[in-house]
Design a protein around this ligand. Structure first.
Ligand code: AMP
Length: 193
């Protein structure tokens, strides 16, 4: 069982890399952003509850997010590993993930961050917004709010995982293939163990 947390600011390329890594390592990919967007589109109760937060670029409250994540894991208990993308984003979420995985005798194998400069990422998100249809990618003030949320609530996870010797980072600037290679070098090390 290998459980990888793909970490990074909005626009860092987590989703793009997850598409390659899930194939390569046979992992179940859980993107909390994608699950929220699916619920939004289908107008579910969860979608209704999450909408106002997502529209503003705020984090959805932990309680809703943790419950949703646990449900996604429960749907895939036969998995040989998970790739968490966009989760955890707060210390409370990270603690809940540890606890939930431990209840199944699993744990987080590694957290790998994609590093990139804010200004590059903001330009990238505005570009993506032109075609993605995501309202949170189309407005610079909403994007900046997502970075504020990241800096306040998500960045403390770097210390959280570093103190457990689980934090790794790679340069997130380069071609898709180069970045996949950088991530794979780290993951391969855990597979050989
Ligand atoms: P993303 O696609 O990962 O950028 O997520 C889009 C939006 O979904 C975020 O701006 C949040 O509103 C919400 N979201 C996704 N993942 C989480 C999470 N782990 N905790 C709270 N909110 C989240």
């Amino acid at each position: 069982m290998i459980n990888i947390v793909l970490f990074g600011k909005p626009g860092a390329g987590k989703g793009t890399q997850a598409e390659f890594l899930k194939q390569k390592y046979n992992l179940v990919h859980i993107s909390t952003g994608d699950v929220f967007r699916f619920n939004l589109k289908n107008d579910t109760l969860l979608g209704k509850q999450a909408k106002e937060y997502m529209d503003r670029g705020d984090l959805v409250p932990d309680e809703l997010t943790i419950k949703m994540l646990q449900d996604e894991i429960e749907k895939n208990t036969e998995a040989t590993g998970f790739l968490f993308d966009g989760f955890p984003r707060t210390i409370a979420q990270a603690e809940a993930l540890d606890e939930f995985l431990a209840s199944k005798n699993w744990d987080v194998t590694a957290t790998i961050a994609l590093e990139a400069d804010d200004e590059i990422l903001i330009k990238r998100l505005l570009e993506r917004g032109k075609t993605s249809g995501r309202v949170d990618d189309q407005d610079e003030s909403k994007i900046r709010n997502r970075y504020e949320e990241y800096n306040h609530k998500t960045a403390p996870l770097i210390d959280y995982y570093t103190s457990k010797n689980l934090f790794y980072s790679v340069n997130g600037i380069g071609t898709i293939e180069e970045i996949t290679r950088r991530l794979s070098l780290i993951i391969d090390d855990f597979i050989d163990k």
